[in-house]
Write a protein that binds this ligand. Structure first.
Ligand SMILES: [Zn+2]
Length: 138
């Protein structure tokens, strides 16, 4: 387990957290510095570094838990929708795979501040698409 792995610390009971869901495979707890109140982090109980390391048998439990939480947030905190996101390595503050499930409402001010958009030059989109297709088929 890497240092500063708050997820394993919470799973092992060494650090307190507001746990909202726990099964044999996944845990969900409140992010202590939420984007919006009710923001949870959903993690596999087994230590996994990033999405790329997630074993097949944990994909459905993890994403299923995210779906349950995204549904529960609507009545629980009066959200109109949710934002569900995974940072892998870059901007990943906790070195244990965690999915952010954030309640959203129209006019909540989250105008994609961490999604600065760019544009493709002429022909560039096709080149990027080709690179991705080739990597997927490698
Ligand atoms: Zn861990």
């Amino acid at each position: 387990m890497p240092e500063h792995d708050i997820a394993c610390a919470i799973i092992e009971g060494r650090v307190a957290a507001e746990v909202v869901l726990r099964t044999s495979e996944v845990i969900a707890f409140l992010d202590h510095r939420p984007v919006f109140k009710g923001h949870v982090l959903v993690c596999p109980i087994r230590h996994v570094d990033t999405l790329l390391d997630l074993p097949d048998e944990l994909v459905l439990p993890l994403i299923g838990a995210c779906r349950r939480l995204a549904a529960a947030m609507l009545p629980a905190v009066g959200a109109q929708g949710t934002f569900v996101a995974i940072n892998n390595v870059v901007s990943q503050s906790v070195p244990h795979l965690h999915v952010h499930v954030v309640p959203r409402s129209k006019g909540d001010g989250l105008r994609g501040f961490f999604w600065p958009r760019t544009s493709y030059a002429e022909g560039e989109a096709a080149a990027y698409a080709t690179l991705l297709r080739e990597a997927l088929n490698a």
